[in-house]
Design a protein around this ligand. Structure first.
Ligand SMILES: NC(=O)c1ccc[n+]([C@@H]2O[C@H](COP(=O)([O-])OP(=O)(O)OC[C@H]3O[C@@H](n4cnc5c(N)ncnc54)[C@H](OP(=O)(O)O)[C@@H]3O)[C@@H](O)[C@H]2O)c1
Length: 247
Protein backbone atom coordinates (compact mmCIF):
# COMPACT_ATOMS: atom_id res chain seq x y z
CA UNK A 1 0.00 0.00 0.00
CA UNK A 2 1.23 3.46 -0.88
CA UNK A 3 0.69 6.34 1.57
CA UNK A 4 3.06 8.85 -0.06
CA UNK A 5 2.05 12.48 0.65
CA UNK A 6 -0.37 11.34 3.38
CA UNK A 7 -0.18 12.88 6.86
CA UNK A 8 -0.74 10.40 9.67
CA UNK A 9 -1.11 11.04 13.40
CA UNK A 10 -0.73 8.13 15.84
CA UNK A 11 -1.49 8.77 19.51
CA UNK A 12 0.51 6.49 21.78
CA UNK A 13 3.08 5.84 19.08
CA UNK A 14 6.13 5.23 21.22
CA UNK A 15 5.54 1.56 21.95
CA UNK A 16 3.54 -1.52 21.07
CA UNK A 17 0.70 -1.25 18.58
CA UNK A 18 1.12 2.49 17.96
CA UNK A 19 4.85 2.16 17.31
CA UNK A 20 4.39 -0.77 14.89
CA UNK A 21 1.68 1.15 13.05
CA UNK A 22 3.76 4.34 12.80
CA UNK A 23 6.64 2.28 11.40
CA UNK A 24 4.38 0.58 8.84
CA UNK A 25 3.03 3.96 7.65
CA UNK A 26 6.59 5.35 7.36
CA UNK A 27 7.61 2.29 5.32
CA UNK A 28 4.61 2.99 3.07
CA UNK A 29 5.83 6.55 2.43
CA UNK A 30 3.61 8.59 4.80
CA UNK A 31 4.62 11.53 6.99
CA UNK A 32 3.85 10.46 10.54
CA UNK A 33 3.47 12.24 13.90
CA UNK A 34 3.64 10.09 16.98
CA UNK A 35 2.63 11.18 20.46
CA UNK A 36 3.26 9.99 23.99
CA UNK A 37 3.72 11.34 27.50
CA UNK A 38 7.46 10.75 27.75
CA UNK A 39 10.16 12.67 25.90
CA UNK A 40 12.51 9.76 26.56
CA UNK A 41 10.16 7.21 24.93
CA UNK A 42 9.59 9.50 21.95
CA UNK A 43 13.35 9.91 21.46
CA UNK A 44 13.85 6.14 21.64
CA UNK A 45 11.04 5.51 19.12
CA UNK A 46 12.42 8.18 16.77
CA UNK A 47 15.90 6.67 16.91
CA UNK A 48 14.52 3.20 16.14
CA UNK A 49 12.41 4.40 13.20
CA UNK A 50 15.18 6.74 12.05
CA UNK A 51 13.31 8.53 9.26
CA UNK A 52 12.97 12.21 8.26
CA UNK A 53 9.27 11.44 7.70
CA UNK A 54 8.73 10.99 11.46
CA UNK A 55 7.82 13.82 13.85
CA UNK A 56 7.21 13.55 17.58
CA UNK A 57 4.97 15.52 19.95
CA UNK A 58 4.93 15.21 23.73
CA UNK A 59 1.23 15.21 24.57
CA UNK A 60 -0.54 13.61 27.50
CA UNK A 61 -4.06 13.04 26.18
CA UNK A 62 -5.52 12.36 29.63
CA UNK A 63 -6.06 16.10 30.08
CA UNK A 64 -7.18 18.94 27.83
CA UNK A 65 -3.91 20.85 28.28
CA UNK A 66 -1.97 17.94 26.77
CA UNK A 67 -4.43 17.70 23.89
CA UNK A 68 -4.11 21.47 23.27
CA UNK A 69 -0.34 21.03 22.83
CA UNK A 70 -1.00 18.43 20.14
CA UNK A 71 -3.60 20.59 18.41
CA UNK A 72 -1.18 23.53 18.35
CA UNK A 73 1.58 21.38 16.81
CA UNK A 74 -0.74 20.18 14.06
CA UNK A 75 -2.13 23.68 13.41
CA UNK A 76 1.39 25.16 13.18
CA UNK A 77 2.47 22.47 10.71
CA UNK A 78 -0.10 23.86 8.24
CA UNK A 79 -1.00 20.29 7.22
CA UNK A 80 -4.34 18.53 7.27
CA UNK A 81 -4.44 15.04 8.75
CA UNK A 82 -5.33 12.25 6.32
CA UNK A 83 -5.22 9.43 8.88
CA UNK A 84 -5.88 9.85 12.60
CA UNK A 85 -5.14 6.75 14.70
CA UNK A 86 -6.57 7.20 18.22
CA UNK A 87 -4.63 4.46 19.92
CA UNK A 88 -3.14 5.63 23.25
CA UNK A 89 -4.56 3.61 26.11
CA UNK A 90 -3.80 2.05 29.48
CA UNK A 91 -5.12 -1.05 31.23
CA UNK A 92 -5.28 -1.77 34.96
CA UNK A 93 -6.88 -5.05 36.04
CA UNK A 94 -8.48 -5.49 39.46
CA UNK A 95 -11.72 -6.85 40.94
CA UNK A 96 -14.56 -4.32 41.27
CA UNK A 97 -14.28 -4.68 45.04
CA UNK A 98 -10.65 -3.52 44.96
CA UNK A 99 -10.58 -0.88 42.19
CA UNK A 100 -9.41 2.53 43.41
CA UNK A 101 -10.89 5.81 42.25
CA UNK A 102 -7.42 6.77 40.96
CA UNK A 103 -7.16 3.66 38.75
CA UNK A 104 -10.73 4.10 37.51
CA UNK A 105 -10.10 7.77 36.66
CA UNK A 106 -6.71 7.11 35.03
CA UNK A 107 -8.28 4.61 32.61
CA UNK A 108 -11.35 6.70 31.79
CA UNK A 109 -9.28 9.90 31.45
CA UNK A 110 -6.87 8.30 28.97
CA UNK A 111 -8.99 5.75 27.11
CA UNK A 112 -12.29 7.67 26.90
CA UNK A 113 -11.91 11.38 27.68
CA UNK A 114 -8.51 11.46 25.95
CA UNK A 115 -9.72 9.84 22.75
CA UNK A 116 -12.96 11.86 22.74
CA UNK A 117 -11.36 15.28 23.09
CA UNK A 118 -8.40 14.47 20.84
CA UNK A 119 -10.94 13.68 18.14
CA UNK A 120 -13.01 16.79 18.95
CA UNK A 121 -10.05 19.18 18.85
CA UNK A 122 -8.61 17.64 15.68
CA UNK A 123 -11.86 17.54 13.66
CA UNK A 124 -11.07 20.96 12.12
CA UNK A 125 -7.64 19.64 11.12
CA UNK A 126 -8.92 16.50 9.37
CA UNK A 127 -8.87 16.51 5.58
CA UNK A 128 -12.20 15.82 3.89
CA UNK A 129 -12.17 12.14 2.93
CA UNK A 130 -9.76 11.27 5.74
CA UNK A 131 -9.79 8.14 7.87
CA UNK A 132 -10.14 7.94 11.65
CA UNK A 133 -9.25 4.72 13.47
CA UNK A 134 -9.88 3.81 17.10
CA UNK A 135 -8.11 1.07 19.07
CA UNK A 136 -10.71 -0.73 21.15
CA UNK A 137 -10.41 -4.31 22.46
CA UNK A 138 -12.24 -7.60 22.16
CA UNK A 139 -12.64 -7.29 25.93
CA UNK A 140 -15.43 -4.75 25.29
CA UNK A 141 -17.58 -7.66 24.07
CA UNK A 142 -16.67 -10.05 26.87
CA UNK A 143 -17.21 -10.28 30.62
CA UNK A 144 -13.64 -11.00 31.67
CA UNK A 145 -13.22 -10.90 35.44
CA UNK A 146 -11.07 -8.06 36.85
CA UNK A 147 -11.38 -6.02 33.64
CA UNK A 148 -14.50 -4.05 34.65
CA UNK A 149 -13.15 -0.48 34.39
CA UNK A 150 -10.89 -1.18 31.40
CA UNK A 151 -13.57 -3.11 29.49
CA UNK A 152 -16.07 -0.32 30.22
CA UNK A 153 -13.69 2.23 28.69
CA UNK A 154 -13.50 0.15 25.51
CA UNK A 155 -17.30 -0.19 25.40
CA UNK A 156 -17.44 3.60 25.52
CA UNK A 157 -14.79 3.87 22.77
CA UNK A 158 -16.91 1.69 20.49
CA UNK A 159 -19.99 3.87 20.94
CA UNK A 160 -18.04 7.12 20.40
CA UNK A 161 -16.53 5.71 17.20
CA UNK A 162 -19.87 4.53 15.82
CA UNK A 163 -21.46 7.94 16.41
CA UNK A 164 -18.40 9.73 14.96
CA UNK A 165 -18.81 7.61 11.81
CA UNK A 166 -22.31 9.03 11.38
CA UNK A 167 -21.43 12.61 12.33
CA UNK A 168 -18.37 12.87 10.05
CA UNK A 169 -19.81 11.05 7.04
CA UNK A 170 -20.95 14.28 5.35
CA UNK A 171 -17.24 15.18 4.95
CA UNK A 172 -16.58 11.65 3.55
CA UNK A 173 -14.51 10.90 6.63
CA UNK A 174 -14.54 7.17 7.40
CA UNK A 175 -14.34 6.09 11.05
CA UNK A 176 -13.54 2.52 12.06
CA UNK A 177 -12.55 0.47 15.09
CA UNK A 178 -9.89 -2.20 15.42
CA UNK A 179 -10.36 -4.55 18.38
CA UNK A 180 -7.18 -6.45 19.22
CA UNK A 181 -7.15 -9.66 21.20
CA UNK A 182 -3.98 -10.35 23.23
CA UNK A 183 -1.04 -8.68 21.46
CA UNK A 184 2.58 -8.93 22.57
CA UNK A 185 3.41 -5.35 23.64
CA UNK A 186 4.90 -3.57 26.66
CA UNK A 187 1.28 -2.83 27.59
CA UNK A 188 0.44 -6.55 27.73
CA UNK A 189 3.70 -7.20 29.64
CA UNK A 190 2.46 -4.80 32.32
CA UNK A 191 -0.65 -6.89 33.03
CA UNK A 192 0.39 -10.44 32.06
CA UNK A 193 3.42 -12.53 33.03
CA UNK A 194 4.62 -15.45 30.87
CA UNK A 195 2.17 -17.89 32.46
CA UNK A 196 -0.77 -15.58 31.80
CA UNK A 197 0.43 -15.02 28.23
CA UNK A 198 0.61 -18.80 27.69
CA UNK A 199 -2.94 -19.06 29.04
CA UNK A 200 -4.08 -16.27 26.70
CA UNK A 201 -2.36 -17.98 23.77
CA UNK A 202 -4.04 -21.30 24.55
CA UNK A 203 -7.39 -19.48 24.52
CA UNK A 204 -7.03 -18.41 20.90
CA UNK A 205 -8.02 -20.59 17.96
CA UNK A 206 -4.55 -19.95 16.48
CA UNK A 207 -2.85 -20.86 19.80
CA UNK A 208 -0.66 -17.77 20.09
CA UNK A 209 -0.77 -14.12 21.08
CA UNK A 210 -0.66 -11.63 18.24
CA UNK A 211 2.12 -9.33 17.05
CA UNK A 212 1.73 -5.52 16.98
CA UNK A 213 2.50 -5.66 13.24
CA UNK A 214 -0.70 -7.71 12.77
CA UNK A 215 -2.74 -4.80 14.14
CA UNK A 216 -0.72 -2.34 12.07
CA UNK A 217 -1.52 -4.15 8.81
CA UNK A 218 -5.24 -4.02 9.63
CA UNK A 219 -5.01 -0.29 10.36
CA UNK A 220 -3.22 0.35 7.06
CA UNK A 221 -5.90 -1.61 5.20
CA UNK A 222 -8.73 0.36 6.87
CA UNK A 223 -6.94 3.65 6.18
CA UNK A 224 -6.41 2.78 2.52
CA UNK A 225 -8.61 3.13 -0.54
CA UNK A 226 -9.09 -0.66 -0.41
CA UNK A 227 -11.50 0.07 2.46
CA UNK A 228 -13.28 2.97 0.73
CA UNK A 229 -16.78 1.60 1.49
CA UNK A 230 -16.03 0.59 5.09
CA UNK A 231 -17.11 2.93 7.87
CA UNK A 232 -18.57 2.50 11.36
CA UNK A 233 -17.30 -1.06 11.61
CA UNK A 234 -15.25 -2.97 14.16
CA UNK A 235 -12.62 -5.45 12.96
CA UNK A 236 -11.52 -8.03 15.53
CA UNK A 237 -7.87 -9.04 15.19
CA UNK A 238 -7.72 -11.69 17.87
CA UNK A 239 -6.67 -15.07 16.48
CA UNK A 240 -10.14 -16.36 17.34
CA UNK A 241 -9.80 -15.40 21.01
CA UNK A 242 -13.12 -13.68 21.57
CA UNK A 243 -15.10 -16.85 20.83
CA UNK A 244 -13.45 -18.36 23.87
CA UNK A 245 -14.11 -15.30 26.02
CA UNK A 246 -17.82 -15.46 25.27
CA UNK A 247 -18.18 -19.09 26.45
N1 LIG B 1 -1.69 -5.29 23.82
C1 LIG B 1 -2.88 -5.83 23.90
O1 LIG B 1 -3.03 -7.05 24.18
C2 LIG B 1 -4.12 -5.00 23.63
C3 LIG B 1 -5.33 -5.67 23.46
C4 LIG B 1 -6.47 -4.94 23.20
C5 LIG B 1 -6.41 -3.56 23.10
N2 LIG B 1 -5.23 -2.93 23.28
C6 LIG B 1 -5.21 -1.45 23.16
O2 LIG B 1 -4.24 -1.08 22.21
C7 LIG B 1 -3.76 0.23 22.51
C8 LIG B 1 -2.24 0.20 22.55
O3 LIG B 1 -1.87 -0.78 23.51
P1 LIG B 1 -0.41 -1.38 23.61
O4 LIG B 1 -0.57 -2.75 24.13
O5 LIG B 1 0.33 -1.12 22.37
O6 LIG B 1 0.13 -0.47 24.83
P2 LIG B 1 1.61 0.00 25.22
O7 LIG B 1 2.61 -0.94 24.71
O8 LIG B 1 1.54 0.23 26.70
O9 LIG B 1 1.71 1.40 24.49
C9 LIG B 1 0.82 2.42 24.88
C10 LIG B 1 1.16 3.71 24.18
O10 LIG B 1 0.24 4.71 24.64
C11 LIG B 1 0.99 5.83 25.14
N3 LIG B 1 0.19 6.46 26.18
C12 LIG B 1 -0.30 5.92 27.33
N4 LIG B 1 -0.99 6.82 28.01
C13 LIG B 1 -0.93 7.99 27.31
C14 LIG B 1 -1.43 9.30 27.50
N5 LIG B 1 -2.13 9.63 28.60
N6 LIG B 1 -1.17 10.22 26.56
C15 LIG B 1 -0.46 9.92 25.45
N7 LIG B 1 0.04 8.71 25.21
C16 LIG B 1 -0.18 7.75 26.14
C17 LIG B 1 2.32 5.24 25.59
O11 LIG B 1 3.35 6.19 25.54
P3 LIG B 1 4.08 6.80 26.83
O12 LIG B 1 4.17 5.70 27.86
O13 LIG B 1 5.40 7.23 26.30
O14 LIG B 1 3.21 7.92 27.25
C18 LIG B 1 2.54 4.21 24.50
O15 LIG B 1 3.08 4.81 23.35
C19 LIG B 1 -4.41 0.63 23.82
O16 LIG B 1 -5.53 1.44 23.56
C20 LIG B 1 -4.85 -0.70 24.42
O17 LIG B 1 -5.94 -0.56 25.29
C21 LIG B 1 -4.07 -3.60 23.53
Amino acid sequence: MDFKNKNVLVTGGTKGIGFATAKAFINAGASVWITGRSTENLKEAASQINSPLLKTVVSDISNLTGIAVLEKAIAESGNKIDILFLNAGIAIFSPIAMTSEADFDAQFNTNVKGLYFTLQKLIPHLADGSSVLFTSSTIAQAATMYSSAYAATKGAVNKIAQIAANELADRKIRVNIVSPGPINTPGLDSVANDDVKAHLASGTALKRVGKPEEIASTILFLASDHASFITGTDIWVDGGYVNHLLK
